[in-house]
Design a protein around this ligand. Structure first.
Ligand code: ATP
Length: 539
C-alpha cells in the first residue's frame, strides 16, 4: 500500500470506500486518536509529531548544539525531561532515542499544547496545520493553500463535477469543497466511465484524511500521495481537470496558466538543454530514506537503477527555487566524488530532483553509529581524501560549496564518499549578501564568511578542516563546549579546537592550517590533497 516508512505506514490499511457507494464513516480505529487529550503533551508516554527540524548547526539560542534531535514529521514517544527545560527525551518507532524541542511538537491528533509553558508559535515555525486553530480556519487555510493548484475547483457543484469527469480516462480527477460537510473536501475521480467521490475529512487538528489511516498536512500532500499509489482508492490519481480560475495565492502576482508555466519552462530550460528532463512514467517512487530541510528524500528506480528523489511542489514557495538552484548547480558537474544529478522530473504537481542513490547514507550517521569500533583509521583517511578530491574538482570549476560538513557527504555501496547538497553553492566571485539571513552553519563556516559574506574556496577549506575534525572525532559536534553565538568571537581571539582523541598529529596539523584566520594563509584543496596523500602512506 503505502511506501513511506513513517509510523503510520507500518501496517496494512483498510481500503477507502468512495462515499458515493458507502456510508461516510469508515470503521477503523486509528492509532492517531488514542492519545488521552487530557494529559500534558510532554508527559512521559505521550506520542507527538515533531513539527520542525531544529538543526544543531543553526541553533542559536545560546544552548549547546544537539546532535541527536528528531526531525520534522517524526512520530515519537516522550520519555522524560532533561536538565534543559526546552528539550525532552523521546523515542521513535525504531527504538532510537533522541531529543525533541518543546516548541516543535504537536499532539498526534494535531492539537497544540497550551498550558503557558509550551505554545506553538504563530509564525516562523512549522506549526502543524490546525494547531491552536478552529476547523473553519484550518479549512480556509487548506483552501487558500490549494487555490493555486490546477486540480482545486473550490465550490464546484457535484453535478458540474460529474459533467467534467464522466467518460474521462480512469484516474482523471479534481478536488472540490464539500457541500454536504462544510469544512471538508471531496476528491472526485473518473473510473470505468463513472465518477467516484471520496470525502476528505478534516480532523479537529486540521489534518486531512480519506480513510482515517493516512493523514496529510495539506491537500497537495494528499494528492501527491494518491498520485503515487491508489492506496485503497479505486485508481491512482493520474490527470487533473484543470481549474481555469485557479490563482496564485502566495503573492497574487499571477494567475494559473501560461505565465507561471512559461516561468517554470524558463527556469528549467537548462535541464532540457542538458537532456536531463525525465518523464514521471519512467520513475518508480519508493520508501522515504531521509529527511531534509525541504522535506523527505525518497528512494526510487529509474531504468532499473536505484536513485534518490527530492521533491518540491511545482506551484509553490521558495522550496522550488531552492531545489532548482541546487539541481542547476549539479548540471555539468561530473566527478566520482560528487553526487551525480541523474535528472529532474516535472509533473503537473511536483518537481523532483533525481540523484544517484548512495546506499550507505550520510557520513555523519555512519561515523556516529559504527564509529570508533568499526571504522579504521585507513578508512577515515579514505573518506578525507575522497572528499578532498571532490573539493579539488569544485575548486577547479571555481564553485564554492558553502555548506561542506559531514552531514552533506554521502557514501555509496563501496563507502566511496561523495560531496552532496549544493543548495547553498555559488560560483566564486558572485556577489552574495545572504550571510545576514543566518542560513549558514556557524560552526562550519569561516569567520570572514560569517562576518563579511566572503565566501571563497578558502572558506570551503576552513569547513573542510572542521569536517576532518568531525571524521576523526567520529561525528562529534564541533566546539563541544562553546555556545554557538560565542564561536566566532573565540576563533577571532585565537581559540582552536583540540585534536580529537586518537587523531594522528599530522592530520591535526592540516586542520590547524585550514583554520588560519586569514583566508590567504590557508592551503588550497590541491595542497591539502597532497598532504593527505603523504600522510595516508604513513598511517
Ligand atoms: N542520493 C542520496 N542517496 C541516499 N540517501 C540520500 C541521498 N540524498 C539524500 N539522502 C538522505 O536524505 C538526507 C537529507 O538529504 P539532504 O541532506 O540532501 O537534504 P537537505 O534538504 O539538503 O537537508 P539539509 O539541508 O538538512 O542537509 C541525507 O542526510 C541522506 O540521509
Amino acid at each position: 500500500m503505502s511506501n513511506g516508512n513513517s509510523y503510520n505506514h507500518h501496517h496494512q490499511f483498510p481500503m477507502s470506500i468512495p462515499i458515493s457507494c458507502s456510508s461516510h464513516s469508515i470503521q477503523s480505529q486509528s492509532r492517531m486518536n488514542t492519545l488521552n487529550a487530557n494529559r500534558d503533551l510532554l508527559s512521559p508516554g505521550n506520542d507527538v509529531i515533531v513539527t520542525r527540524t531544529v538543526s544543531p548547526s543553526f541553533y542559536s539560542h545560546g544552548m549547546p548544539a544537539r546532535d541527536n534531535v528528531f526531525r520534522k514529521d517524526d512520530h515519537v514517544r516522550i520519555l522524560g525531561n532533561t536538565t534543559d527545560p526546552a528539550w525532552y527525551r523521546a523515542r521513535n518507532a525504531n527504538q532510537e532515542e533522541g531529543l525533541v524541542h518543546a516548541d516543535c511538537v504537536v499532539r498526534i491528533n494535531g492539537q497544540a499544547y497550551d498550558n503557558g509553558i509550551v505554545r506553538m508559535r504563530a509564525s516562523g515555525c512549522d506549526v502543524a496545520p490546525g494547531a491552536a486553530s478552529t476547523t473553519s480556519s484550518t479549512s480556509s487555510h487548506h483552501s487558500t493553500a490549494a487555490n493555486h493548484q490546477p486540480w482545486f475547483h473550490s465550490m464546484i457543484s457535484r453535478e458540474n463535477t460529474e459533467k467534467l469527469l464522466r467518460g474521462k480516462p480512469d484516474g482523471t480527477f479534481l478536488v472540490r469543497e464539500s457541500t454536504n460537510f462544510p469544512g471538508d473536501f471531496t476528491l472526485c475521480m473518473s473510473f470505468h466511465g463513472k465518477v467516484e467521490h471520496y470525502r476528505i475529512e478534516q480532523t479537529s487538528g486540521g489534518q486531512l484524511t480519506c480513510d482515517k489511516e493516512e493523514y496529510f498536512s495539506n491537500l497537495t500532500q494528499l494528492v501527491s500521495h494518491y498520485k503515487r499509489d491508489a492506496d485503497g482508492l479505486c485508481h491512482r490519481l493520474v490527470t487533473p481537470i484543470i481549474c481555469e480560475t485557479a490563482t496564485f495565492s502566495s503573492n497574487g502576482s499571477s494567475s494559473f496558466g501560461s505565465s507561471s508555466t512559461v516561468d517554470l519552462e524558463d527556469r528549467t530550460s537548462v535541464f532540457r538543454h542538458a537532456g536531463l528532463v525525465i518523464s514521471s512514467n519512467d520513475i518508480d517512487v519508493g520508501d522515504t530514506i531521509g529527511h531534509g530541510e525541504f522535506g523527505d528524500v525518497r528512494l526510487g528506480t529509474y531504468k532499473n537503477r536505484k536513485v534518490a528523489l527530492k521533491v518540491s511542489k511545482r506551484h509553490g514557495n521558495g522550496m522550488l527555487d531552492s531545489l532548482l538552484d541546487e539541481a542547476k548547480f549539479m548540471v555539468g558537474l561530473s566527478h566520482p566524488n560528487l553526487v551525480t544529478l541523474v535528472g529532474v522530473v516535472l509533473d503537473d504537481v511536483n518537481v523532483y530532483m533525481i540523484t544517484e542513490y548512495m546506499a550507505n547514507g550520510n557520513l555523519i550517521d555512519l561515523l556516529r553509529s559504527r564509529g570508533r569500533h568499526a571504522l579504521e583509521r585507513r578508512q577515515l583517511m579514505m573518506f578525507a581524501m575522497d572528499i578532498c578530491q571532490g573539493m579539488c574538482y569544485l575548486e577547479s570549476k571555481q564553485i564554492v560549496h558553502r555548506d561542506l560538513a559531514a552531514r552533506n557527504v554521502l557514501l555509496d555501496d563501496d563507502l566511496v564518499a561523495k560531496v552532496s547538497d549544493f543548495g547553498l553553492a555559488k560560483k566564486a566571485n558572485s556577489q552574495s549578501h545572504d550571510s545576514a539571513s543566518g542560513k549558514f552553519p556557524i560552526k562550519w563556516t569561516a569567520p570572514e564568511a560569517l562576518r563579511h559574506s566572503q565566501f571563497t574556496t578558502k572558506s570551503d577549506v576552513w569547513s573542510f578542516g572542521i569536517l576532518l575534525w568531525e571524521i576523526f572525532s567520529f561525528g562529534r559536534v564541533p566546539y563541544p563546549r562553546i555556545p554557538i553565538q560565542d564561536v566566532v568571537r573565540y576563533i577571532e581571539k585565537g581559540y582552536r579546537m583540540e585534536a580529537p582523541e586518537g587523531c594522528p598529529p599530522e592530520i591535526f596539523k592540516v586542520m590547524n592550517e585550514t583554520w588560519a584566520l586569514s583566508a590567504q594563509d590557508r592551503p588550497s584543496f590541491g595542497q591539502v590533497l597532497q598532504r593527505l596523500t603523504t600522510i595516508r602512506n604513513t598511517v
